[in-house]
Design a protein around this ligand. Structure first.
Ligand code: FE2
Length: 255
């Protein structure tokens, strides 16, 4: 199996933007996949969930807080029809096609995908505290993208994971933090690097509305890869109400 350079046809992106509820079938270089948006009309979901806190449109309000939202739809999942080996980065540089998708949709996940063999053990493996929303990179570091992977050949990672990874934009982290501390929403120049959120909430009500969940739950032996851009997003492990952390996810930092 040779690695194929990842591409995302512009026509598929346009179809998702104009009809975000509908998955799109697409292909490049003979690789067939289906792409779907995880949470369509994200500003609408935020406006509904935090309605007592938001004045005016979500976009304008987020700018006034200095925490711009930047997503019309949140989270993209591309499921490949057959196991596919993809070329996603060279050295520490992420490919342009993924950068563009991540800037547009936030977290992007590829199911049934593996990296080329020589890259499968790159980076390090980590796992974090339950519901501790954090960034992987400080603003001073030059590699701001995180690429996470589940290697289907790895004895641990070949099995589905017991813990999920959750993603929220900075704006939701700020609003939720203010709500939980019962303080007024005020402009915020710099969010904390990490904080625990949603501890007392029923997350099943929030996933698919304001939280994007990557469950790492594809069947045994399936490769899964995800990318996010740290300046825009907070992410956390979620043990799904259990005490088991799940296997450590491999992560590389890219620019
Ligand atoms: Fe992390």
């Amino acid at each position: 199996m040779n690695a194929i350079r990842f591409e995302f046809p512009q026509v598929a992106k346009c179809a998702l933007m104009s009809n975000p509820e509908e998955p799109v079938a697409a292909q490049f270089g003979g690789c067939r996949f289906t792409a779907r948006i995880a949470i369509p009309d994200y500003p609408g979901q935020v406006a509904a969930h935090y309605r007592e806190m938001i004045r005016g449109s979500v976009e304008e309000f987020s700018k006034s807080l200095h925490v711009p939202l930047g997503f019309k739809h949140f989270g993209l999942v591309c499921s490949f029809a057959t196991p596919t080996q993809l070329d996603l980065y060279q050295g520490d540089v992420l490919c342009d096609a993924l950068k563009e998708l991540v800037r547009c949709f936030g977290p992007v996940f590829l199911e049934n995908v593996v990296l080329p063999k020589h890259q499968r053990d790159d980076g390090h493996r980590g796992r974090f505290q339950d519901l501790n929303f954090h960034i992987d990179r400080s603003a001073r570091q030059h590699t701001q993208y995180s690429l996470y992977s589940r290697n289907p050949d790895d004895p641990e990672q070949r099995e589905p994971r017991t813990a999920s990874t959750l993603f929220i934009p900075n704006l939701v982290a700020h609003l939720q933090d203010c709500r939980e501390r019962s303080v007024p929403v005020t402009p915020c120049e710099e969010l904390p690097n990490n904080h625990t959120l949603f501890k007392d909430e029923d997350l099943s009500d929030l996933i698919g509305k304001i939280i994007f969940e990557q469950a790492w739950a594809a069947p045994a032996g399936t490769g899964e890869i995800g990318v996010q851009f740290n300046p825009q997003i907070r992410h956390a492990s979620w043990y799904r109400g259990r005490t088991i952390k799940g296997w450590p996810i491999a992560v590389r930092f890219l620019r």
